[in-house]
Design a protein around this ligand. Structure first.
Ligand SMILES: NC(=O)c1ccc[n+]([C@@H]2O[C@H](COP(=O)([O-])OP(=O)(O)OC[C@H]3O[C@@H](n4cnc5c(N)ncnc54)[C@H](O)[C@@H]3O)[C@@H](O)[C@H]2O)c1
Length: 277
């Protein structure tokens, strides 16, 4: 059955491209008015390009062209005041906020001993504290209407360790503990809070020069095709990576759930965690 989100107000962070764009499009396609936010600006410690204002506008234009409703917002999830102001604005305009997909994130491979304080702080500030800022503000608004669907975005790195990603992994484990705890606090208000854990996804976070070179150190300028066999070898299915829409299906499961599932983690894993608890 297709979900019907007519009249619902949704907010997707990090929605200028990649998985966030896919989530925003799916939510709007079934009737939600989607606020699409993104930093749309570079962060110095991130060694691949973050989204641009043009990409943010494209997400919204695609939704509107398809007959949906969306609003673009340039917003850094590290900025607690800006986050609160956005939620106040949404509630002012619509009287409600029903759905949050806290998707914004960064990732950059760096060995522990080379990791600077700034790299650690930006990683934690974006992935974990950013999620905290958005969920705190959203839940406050959702409680008023006694309805809410919160989806946090972790990773395979939130289910195990990952070499040279200790800061990233720490944030992704943190998101799980945080969202599970929130689920306990807000359940009696009709609000669910769950987490999706994707394995590798075909987005600019992975398909960039720095990351691809890590998987094919033997090549100067590896293409995604060059890296495909290495990724495919990570799991038993032999499939190299997910498409953003594969993760969207998991997000939509939680959004459409009638309020019976909360505090859970759904791995979209291509089998990569089959040998872990
Ligand atoms: N791509 C993967 O393999 C993979 C795997 C598991 C989990 N994830 C997670 O999925 C989420 C989405 O990533 P993606 O794969 O679509 O990558 P992506 O880089 O395409 O998208 C992330 C978006 O977040 C935005 N962003 C970064 N810092 C921000 C900030 N401070 N404030 C607001 N927006 C900010 C970026 O501009 C970008 O548009 C992230 O949380 C990521 O950690 C990705």
């Amino acid at each position: 059955m297709t979900p019907d989100l007519s009249g619902r107000i949704a907010w997707v962070t990090g929605g200028a491209r990649g998985q966030g764009r896919s989530h925003a499009r799916a939510l709007a396609a079934v009737g939600a008015h989607v606020y699409v936010s993104d930093i749309a600006h570079q962060v110095d410690t991130v060694n691949y390009p973050l989204a641009t204002p043009a990409e943010l506008e494209t997400t919204v234009a695609e939704i509107v062209d398809a007959g949906g409703q969306a609003t673009a917002v340039q917003l850094d999830v590290r900025d607690s005041t800006a986050v609160t102001e956005l939620v106040d604005h949404i509630v002012d305009q619509h009287g409600r906020l029903d759905i949050l997909v806290a998707n914004a994130g960064i990732c950059a491979f760096v060995p522990l001993e080379d990791m600077t304080d700034e790299q650690w702080a930006d990683m934690v500030g974006t992935n974990l504290t950013g999620t905290f800022h958005c969920v705190r503000a959203a839940v406050t608004a959702m409680k008023r209407n006694r309805f809410g669907r919160v989806v946090g975005v972790s990773s395979g790195a939130g289910r195990g360790g990952m070499k040279d990603l200790s800061h990233y992994s720490a944030t992704k484990w943190g998101i799980i503990g945080f969202v599970k705890s929130v689920a306990l606090e807000v359940g009696s208000y009709g609000i669910t809070a769950n987490v999706v854990c994707p394995t590798s996804v075909d987005t600019p976070m992975v398909m960039n020069e720095t990351t691809l070179r890590r998987f094919r150190p033997d090549l100067d300028d590896p293409s995604p095709d060059d890296a495909k066999p290495v990724f495919a070898g990570l799991g038993p299915l032999g499939i190299p990576w997910l498409e953003p829409e594969d993760v969207t299906r998991a997000v939509m499961y939680f959004v459409d759930d009638p309020g019976l599932t909360t505090g859970t983690v759904l791995e979209v894993n291509l089998g990569t965690s089959a040998n872990r608890i």
